[in-house]
Design a protein around this ligand. Structure first.
Ligand code: SF4
Length: 254
C-alpha cells in the first residue's frame, strides 16, 4: 500500500472502532501484565476464565507471592505452559516488589528484564496500560501487515519497525488493536473474509488468498474423490480375484 492507501485504511479502521482495546479482562497494569504473560500461545477467552477466579483471590505482586506457586498453578492449569508461566509470574512478582515498589515499570528495558516478558509483551503493556504509541507484532499483525502491504517484513522486528515508520502518528496509539482485530476476525489465516473486509478495494491480496484456498480445497476434494474411487475399484478387483481363486480351489462349488 502507498501512504495514501495506508491513511485510508486507518481512517476506515478508526471509523469502524474509534476506541479499540484488548479483549483481556483487567483493572490494573499488574492484572494486565499477568494476563499478557498467561496469553502466550493461549486464547484471551481461556486467560479471562482463569484470571476471573485468580484476581479476586490475588491481584497484586505480594498477593500472588503469598498465594504460592502451587496454588497459582491450580488457578491457571487450564492454560498451556502453565508450569513455566507460574514460575515466571512468581519471579516477576518478586522483582516488582524488590526493584519497583510493587508497581509495573513504564520503561521498556525494565519490563523486558522481567521473567516471561519479551518485546511483544512489553509493547502491549506500554501501549494498553500506559498509552504509549508502541505496536506489538503478534501472529495476526504479522500476517495482516504482510498481506495488506502496510508493513511487509520477514520477521516481527522488521514488521514492527516498518509499522512505526509507515503508520501515521495519529493512528499509532490504536494501530496495534485495529490490526489485531482485523487479523483475528476478518483477515484470518485460512480463508480470509475479503468480501466482508473494509480494505478489500485497496488491499493487494484481496480475493487472491480466497481463490487460492478455494482452488486448493477443490483440488483436495477431487484428489479425495479419485483416491476413494481408486480404492473402490481396487477393492472390487480384489474381491473378483478372491472369488476366482475360490472357484479354482473348489471346482464343484457351483
Ligand atoms: S482484503 Fe482480504 S487479504 Fe486483504 S486485509 Fe482484507 S481480508 Fe485480508
Amino acid at each position: 500500500m502507498n501512504p495514501d492507501q495506508i491513511e485510508t485504511a486507518f481512517q476506515r479502521l478508526r471509523d469502524q472502532e474509534p476506541e479499540p482495546t484488548t479483549e483481556l479482562t483487567y483493572n490494573t497494569p499488574f492484572e494486565l501484565l499477568i494476563a499478557v504473560i498467561l496469553s502466550a500461545q493461549a486464547t484471551d477467552v481461556s486467560v479471562n476464565q482463569a484470571t476471573s477466579k485468580l484476581y479476586p483471590v490475588a491481584n497484586t505482586p505480594q498477593g500472588i507471592i503469598d498465594l504460592g506457586v502451587t496454588k497459582l498453578k491450580s488457578h491457571i492449569k487450564s492454560i498451556g505452559l502453565f508450569n513455566t508461566k507460574a514460575e515466571n509470574i512468581i519471579k516477576t512478582c518478586g522483582m516488582l516488589i524488590d526493584l519497583h515498589n510493587g508497581q509495573v515499570p513504564q520503561q521498556r528495558e525494565s519490563l523486558e528484564a522481567l521473567p516471561g516478558v519479551g518485546r511483544k509483551t512489553a509493547n502491549v503493556i506500554l501501549n494498553t496500560a500506559f498509552g504509549h504509541s508502541t505496536i506489538a507484532v503478534d501472529t495476526h499483525i504479522f500476517r495482516v501487515s504482510n498481506r495488506t502491504g502496510i508493513a511487509p517484513g520477514k520477521n516481527v522486528i522488521e514488521v514492527e519497525k516498518r509499522l512505526i515508520d509507515r503508520v501515521p502518528r495519529k493512528y499509532q496509539r490504536h494501530a496495534h488493536h485495529w490490526l489485531i482485530l482485523l487479523g483475528r476476525y476478518t483477515c484470518v489465516a485460512r480463508n480470509p473474509k475479503c468480501k466482508q473486509c473494509l480494505l478489500s478495494d485497496i488491499c493487494p491480496s484481496a480475493f487472491q488468498l480466497e481463490a487460492v484456498s478455494t482452488a486448493k480445497s477443490h483440488r483436495q476434494k477431487t484428489t479425495n474423490k479419485r483416491s476413494s474411487s481408486r480404492s473402490k475399484s481396487a477393492s472390487t478387483a480384489t474381491k473378483k480375484i478372491s472369488r476366482n481363486q475360490q472357484k479354482r480351489k473348489s471346482p464343484t462349488a457351483e
